[in-house]
Design a protein around this ligand. Structure first.
Ligand code: DAH
Length: 339
């Protein structure tokens, strides 16, 4: 009988169950009324008295072990109870496809990288802004059309609070909190009250750059613009500057690059001119420096701002702006190889 108990002890030590049915079968085999241990209990009555002590101890040991093992297996199943008992834990997992980076993020990172190599560091500001940082501190006249309800989202309860219409607001925040040299690049989302169509959206993205120091000149700006255009669109890219107007820069300019789709020969994208506009820029207006606590007699600076959607369109010829915010994975997957 001792041999039988020992054999069962070894057996119980290594029991395994793949599911709750198998576990129940084990319980019946060892612990039920008609199970192996109960049979031994019945036999126990017939063994000689001098063996009873030793056999009794072993038998109790076996019973405890079987109960303990079966309870442990049961707990394992309960803790991973998924509502179905037939999970095949050996099945190969489905391949998990990692996501892809959004095209606007890819392009934004490229712009940041180029400016980072020139010593610009990233600055950020709030998207919900006040009139001062978006307009007044940037020399916008009281009646400038950009303040109009047509363009700007105002918070009804307090028209001083708005959604920023451009990342130039971050310039203001940087200047009011630090003294030159200031060399920052400000990527971010901006909002304008525009009807949504293939060529306009009520939100889009910009990158702004600002450099304020002693003796900063328009020549410095031109140099940086040329370098940026070549890095972004290729070594053969040419730039041209056209005089323009922005309240916060004087003089102001808009920059065109030679059309990177037709190489400057003329195509529908560049309206057969060979040039496409990509950004606004200029020397920081002394009024802006002064409004933000910087002495314009000592310091000068340049600023530039560009739309990331525009640059992305030029690089990847995305014809409909709405694609950028629809999260259609068929569109996003096209950029898998781009980073
Ligand atoms: N903030 C301008 C816009 O949203 C873009 C811009 C133009 C930024 C000229 C600048 C600049 O920094 O110098 O249209």
């Amino acid at each position: 009988m001792i041999d039988k108990i020992n054999r069962l002890l070894q057996e119980v030590e290594v029991i395994k169950a793949a599911n709750t049915e198998e576990l129940e079968a084990l319980r019946i085999k060892y612990l039920s009324k008609k199970g192996a241990i109960n049979d031994l209990m019945a036999d126990f009555r017939n063994i000689p008295a001098e063996l009873k002590k030793e056999v009794g101890m072993r038998l109790n040991e076996l019973k405890d072990k079987a109960q303990e093992k079966i309870a442990a297996l049961k707990e394992q199943f309960e803790s991973r109870d998924t509502g179905c008992d037939d999970i095949d834990l050996t099945r190969t997992a489905y391949p998990v496809k990692p996501g892809t980076r959004h095209p606007l993020t890819i392009v934004k990172n490229e712009v940041i990288d180029i400016f980072a190599r020139l010593g610009f560091s990233i600055a950020e500001g709030p998207e919900i802004e006040d009139d001062w940082h978006v307009f007044s501190a940037l020399n916008f006249a009281e009646d400038h059309p950009a303040r109009d309800m047509q363009d700007t989202f105002f918070i009804e309860a307090n028209p001083d609070i708005i959604l920023r219409t451009h990342t130039s607001s971050v310039q203001t925040r940087a200047m009011e909190t630090s003294q030159p040299p200031i060399r920052i690049i400000c990527p971010g989302r901006v909002y304008r009250n525009e009807a949504i169509s293939y060529r306009a959206h009520c939100f889009f993205h910009q990158v702004e750059a600002l450099y304020v120091d002693k003796d900063v000149s328009f020549t410095d700006l031109k140099q940086v613009l040329l370098l940026f255009a070549k890095e972004m669109f290729g070594e053969d890219t040419k730039i041209r500057l056209r005089p323009s107007y922005f309240p916060f820069t004087e003089p102001s300019a808009e920059m065109d690059i030679s059309c990177n789709i037709c190489g400057g020969k003329g195509c529908p994208f560049c309206k057969h001119t060979g040039w496409v506009e990509i950004l606004g820029c200029g020397m920081v207006d002394p009024n802006v420096l002064e409004s933000n606590g910087i002495d314009s007699k000592i310091y000068s600076g340049y600023a530039l701002g560009m739309g990331i959607e525009r640059i992305t369109n030029l690089k990847y010829q995305v014809k409909d702006l709405r694609l950028f915010s629809e999260n259609d994975t068929r569109f996003l997957k096209e950029f898998e190889a781009a980073y």
